[in-house]
Design a protein. Sequence first.
Length: 209
Amino acid sequence: MSTTYIMDHPLIQHKIGIMRDMNTSTKEFRALVTEVAMLIYYEASRNLPLADKEIETPITKTTVKEIAGKKLCVVPILRAGMQMAEGVLQLTPNAKVGHIGLYRDEETLEPHEYFCKLPQDITERDVFVVDPMLATGGSADAAITLLKKRGIKKIRFLCLIAAPEGVERLQAAHPDVNIYIGALDKCLNENGYIVPGLGDAGDRIYGTK
């Protein structure tokens, strides 16, 4: 059974508060997405398996810990997820990167796949799917379903902001996937946007409208 983690760290809450402000610049917003993603990933990677490794320090030989297998992969949902992936890669720069492209039908609010490129050995890796917003849950559900169809079993989902509706959908569709959320908001509005939210994350990251 999956677990949903809602971050309560003061740094995460402080930075998300700045991101919500409509007057925050594109440059600062982009940097904050990377920083908050890094902090959430720090928590999401807490239970990665470790293995012993023999090394020699300048003083003596000793046994240290390393991530077992070192097989990690971050999969951003395009396009907004790319900025979150930067935060993951700053902590684990050797992780491989896959990409899933989905667009949302503005009438049905359902996602449609237009791009998917994944590492050949992704089934051997711990996979972290990242997308700033978990609104209806459609894109996250579709991305994780796509990964599972390719035989991937170890999946975690990370987002900055979530609505209860999206969380419920993801929990129901993928009870084996842990969810890591920067902040859980009130609800969705009639257009499928999170309230109070922070607007369209992709537009705010890339300065587009």
